[in-house]
Design a protein around this ligand. Structure first.
Ligand code: E4P
Length: 217
């Protein structure tokens, strides 16, 4: 499963990129606002940090305007994935852009039927939002499983990009359900490395090593 980092904070992206764990980045208008930076400037900086797909979301709601915005965003770098909402206008935009060979991430997906439409419109990525469904007591992971089954039934190549991930269990369950990609907040990615027994083991090894008085260097 590929890892995208779900943030517009370039400091966090740089740090995680140096681990080799990051295959791309997703942003959305709320994350751009949180960064406090100019949209195009921050997207350009992110595209310099990673060669993987960097999702930049259009803010227009009508196809002609979405395409005009996409054209501007695509000038920034060649690893931009245009993010469009899962609406009929978004799907038309998706079809037009993917026909021209551009990457498109169809976002705000909350049902298997929506995911089916996105695949038929040629989406590169479909973004089902797990956490926001869980918030409503609807099982977000069931959606990932359903989309996996549907895409496999028909051989759709659209990648399932599990989004709105809130915790380590979400990451594990996405991997078990066969998501192609998970886009994860930086803190959750870092937290995946944590285990109390790892910390305890290091502590014990360091304690024993100190008694030898030896040094490797
Ligand atoms: C994905 O592309 C979105 O940016 C993100 O995962 C939304 O997450 P949230 O529901 O925690 O805001």
């Amino acid at each position: 499963m590929k890892f995208f980092v779900d943030t517009a904070e370039t400091k966090d992206i740089r740090e995680l990129a140096s681990t080799g764990l990051i295959d791309g980045v997703t942003t959305n208008p709320s994350l751009i606002v949180k960064s406090g930076r100019d949209f195009k400037e921050v997207i350009a900086e992110i595209c310099e940090i990673t060669d993987g797909p960097v999702s930049a979301e259009v803010t227009a709601l009508e196809t002609t305007q979405m395409l005009a915005e996409a054209k501007e965003l695509l000038k920034i770098a060649n690893n931009i994935a245009i993010k469009v909402p899962l609406t009929i206008d978004g799907l038309k935009t998706c079809k037009a852009l993917t026909d021209e060979g551009h990457m498109v991430n169809v976002t705000l997906c909350f049902s298997a039927n929506q995911a089916l439409l996105a695949a038929k419109a040629g989406a590169t990525f479909i973004s089902p939002f797990i956490g926001r469904l869980d918030d409503l007591n609807i099982d977000g992971m069931e959606l990932i499983e359903d989309i996996r089954t549907i895409y496999d039934n028909y051989g759709f190549e659209t990648e399932i990009l599990a989004a709105s991930i809130r915790n380590a269990n979400h990451v594990k369950e996405c991997a078990l359900a066969g998501a192609d990609v998970a886009t994860i907040p930086p803190a959750v990615i870092k937290g995946l490395a944590n285990h109390a027994l790892t910390d305890k083991g290091i502590e014990a090894f360091m304690k024993d090593w100190a008694t030898t008085g030896q040094s490797i260097l």
